[in-house]
Design a binder for this molecule. Structure first.
Ligand code: ACO
Length: 711
């Protein structure tokens, strides 16, 4: 796993000298714009434009090559066509440049992987870090450095943006200007050939100027490092992510259920949640959340109150609160005491508090000042529907005033105001002042809800993780046997052996090699029993007629033994048959699936969900990046839609949920510690009543020769 080195990244954001290679006199060229933005943006370090023609540009001497510069160059921005970049990178390496930004396109994004690799190798050999290629540059408020080729000026502030899409990033700069959002940094990461999100986050989470971090991600390359850094980041400041590409196509090709269920987006979503990252669905939503989290105090408690002048909009807000899990304060006596002075007799002091359509700005000031001052309420949702009787000219000042009162009390408030042109004008004015006013109830409540979600994550978070002791030597020798026979999977009884080695209950079973042996074991175990062919050449046992269920007595076992052997030989006359597995017929319980795999982006992940034959149809599953602790395993179980089945549906007993959590921990430990196992899938895990444990009915394990390098 690659570790980010914060000390080297500091000089990327806070360089003392900056060179632009490809600095052109032509104002239409990118190299010219970057040079102008660096100089006019107020960068106080040394600026070195580089162009073979030399001369002077924007009042600065132009160097004909990077080698001609006498002083240290902390960062060089390269804006020359792709075909020249490798040479320029070599020159930078020789000069001892610390970081390069490669603006140029034309590398891995168009299939030119070799040159991109060569650039990284050259840079690494010289201890130089690479941002890009295919980027628009970087803005860092701390260094007053604008080395982007954006047309808009960038306002300094407290929001940091990392973006994989250059065009979207440039558009975001424009949007921040319109929305009056100040930036502490914006960085374009492009192809992420070397520096990635984890490296940049490692700096931004310690940088005091940054309050909120927003990331636009298309794909994750080094997911394990990202998980580590995000977990650290979200404990210090909120991180919002927008990710495009919800397709699970790549994952569908994977060999196991776990593989196909672990659609890249499902894993991404689960892992972001696990790391406390707030995932937004759209750019607007992400910006709304950013602003809200940057400028509005966080709630200290759960009790929220809705104040409205209209019943309908109040009900909509109540619905939104339920959807987002915001609790509404419910003590009728206190609500009456706090809101009665601002509520007419035909209004309602119940929550939502309805001060009615006749309310004017004075009534609103009264009603919204009350929760700011009340020790019983922690947050306020203020709603306004345009009415003819309202003194409109006072709407904007009323919101300003009540927002200030909440801010002074250290309490969050969010406003939804609905109406015509004049209401829109109010929204635009107030949003420029960073007051959280929206034209839609859902948006207003969504912003407050992320503040709650973030707060809850911080409070409930623990960095502890749980694993069990396992004898990897014994599991290794099972894997060695399978590999020596040319198999990339374990046979069913080998899977059961692994389960039994880590203490996961399995049905009593034995591979038998004669009718007598099969009968003897069945009599000892007790009827009914199940019989299955054991052959490395027969993967689909049912297709081969190699399974017999529910065998009630000695005669049925004898008949089944003969039938299975006959069917298997007819199915594949050359199949090598190791015997017939006789196992206890497992009694019914709630059928879950528990699995684990090595995700190509995030490394080892564990999965739990509703099992049985409908697993892929129901897709009622949840994931976590490993390692996890028992509380997180319990949280996974509670997250699945079928959780009520485990609580005991229709008068049934509560099931052994703790044993399921323990199974998740055990399976997670196996995938982390046995590095030649790529996939584990137990389906079904039969879950019995509380205290009665679980049983792994069928454990499928895939293996590989090479040891995966995680942990
Ligand atoms: N050292 C110094 N200067 C050099 C060198 C060198 N080794 N080689 C060439 N130059 C100079 C050129 O002489 C030229 O200067 P001039 O105008 O004085 O003649 C300057 O560098 C630029 O070279 P051009 O050949 O004119 O290239 P141009 O500026 O047209 O394009 C660029 C270069 C911008 C890097 C282009 O190749 C490119 O990749 N564009 C895409 C950039 C991009 O979009 N990146 C992703 C951003 S995100 C988004 O999508 C918005």
């Amino acid at each position: 796993m690659k570790k980010s080195d914060n000390s080297t990244i500091t000089s990327l954001f806070e360089p003392r000298s900056f060179a632009i290679i490809g600095a052109s006199q032509n104002p239409k060229k990118i190299g010219h714009t970057i040079t102008r933005n660096v100089i006019e943006g107020g960068f106080t370090g040394d600026v070195y434009p580089v162009n073979p023609d030399g001369g002077e540009l924007l009042g600065r001497k132009v160097f004909t090559g990077i080698g001609e510069i006498k002083g240290q160059v902390d960062v060089a921005s390269i804006a020359v066509p792709a075909k020249f970049v490798v040479n320029v990178v070599r020159e930078c390496a020789e000069k001892g440049v610390k970081h390069i930004h490669i603006i140029s396109s034309g590398f891995s994004e168009v299939g030119n992987i070799d040159q991109e690799r060569e650039i990284v190798q050259t840079a690494r050999a010289a201890g130089m870090r690479v941002l890009g290629p295919n980027i628009f540059g970087l803005y860092s408020a701390k260094a007053s450095l604008n080395s982007t080729f954006s047309a808009s000026a960038i306002m300094p502030g407290s929001v940091a943006i990392l973006t994989q899409s250059g065009a979207l990033g440039i558009a975001m700069i424009g949007k921040t200007a319109v929305d009056n959002i100040g930036l502490s940094a914006i960085v374009s990461i492009g192809n992420k050939s070397d520096i990635d999100e984890a490296d940049l986050l490692s700096y931004l989470i310690r940088q005091e100027e940054t309050n909120v971090i927003m990331m636009y991600i298309e794909g994750v390359k080094n997911g394990e490092a990202l998980i580590e850094t995000l977990k650290e980041a979200t404990l210090r400041k909120p991180v919002i992510v927008i990710k495009s590409g919800r397709s699970a196509r790549g994952a569908m090709a994977a060999a196991s259920h776990t593989g196909s269920l672990a659609g890249s987006d499902a894993v991404f979503e689960a892992i972001m949640k696990q790391c406390g990252v707030l995932r937004a669905e759209s750019i607007d939503e992400a910006f709304n959340w950013c602003k809200y989290l940057a400028f509005t105090p966080r709630p200290r408690g759960k009790k929220s109150v809705i104040v409205t002048n209209g019943g309908g909009i109040g009900v909509m807000a109540t619905d939104a609160c339920e959807k987002f899990g915001i609790s509404l304060y419910d003590d009728q006596e206190i609500l009456k005491e706090v809101f009665e002075p601002a509520t007419p007799s035909f209004g309602s002091t119940k929550n939502p508090v309805d001060i009615t359509g006749g309310a004017n700005s004075g009534d609103y000031i009264h009603a919204l000042t009350a929760p700011a001052a009340s020790e019983h309420m922690d947050s306020t949702i203020a709603l306004y529907c345009e009415t003819a009787t309202f003194d409109y000219e006072n709407l904007t000042p009323m919101i300003r005033d009540t927002y200030k009162k909440h801010a002074e009390a250290g309490k969050p408030i969010t406003y939804a105001i609905v109406g015509g042109e004049s209401v829109d004008k109010s929204i635009n004015t107030l949003r420029k002042e960073n007051i959280p006013v929206y034209g839609d109830v859902y948006e207003a409540v969504s912003c407050l809800s992320v503040s709650y979600r973030y707060q809850e994550y911080i409070q409930g978070h623990s960095r502890r993780f749980d694993e069990i002791e396992i004898d990897t030597g014994k599991i290794d020798s099972i894997i060695d046997t399978a590999l020596s026979e040319g198999r990339k999977f374990l046979l069913s009884h080998e899977g059961s052996q692994v389960m039994s080695l880590v203490g996961i209950g399995i049905p009593g079973e034995k591979v038998t090699r004669s009718i007598e042996e099969a009968v003897e074991f069945a009599e000892k175990t007790g009827y009914p029993v199940v019989m299955k062919i054991v052959s490395r050449d027969i993967l689909h046992k049912s297709d081969a007629g190699g399974i017999a269920l529910d065998l009630e007595d000695r005669e049925e076992v004898i008949d089944a033994y003969e039938a299975i052997m006959h069917n298997a030989k007819a199915y594949d006359p050359h199949a090598r048959i190791d015997g017939i597995l006789v196992s206890e017929m497992v009694k019914q319980g709630v059928e879950l699936i528990v699995g684990a795999r090595r995700d190509p982006s995030f490394g080892p992940v564990v999965m739990c969900g509703l099992g049985g034959i409908y697993v892929e149809i129901m897709k009622d599953i949840t994931f976590r990046g490993l390692p996890i602790n028992r509380n997180e395993a319990m949280a996974m179980i509670k997250e699945i839609r079928s959780y009520p089945l485990l609580l005991g549906a229709r008068g049934e007993n509560r099931k052994d949920i703790e044993a399921v959590a323990e199974t998740i921990i055990k399976v997670g430990t196996v995938i982390r510690k046995c590095r030649r196992i790529t996939d584990i899938e137990i389906n079904p895990v039969m879950v019995y009543d509380r205290g009665m444990g679980v049983k792994s009915v069928d454990a499928r394990i895939l293996i590989t020769e090479k040891k995966e390098t995680d942990q």
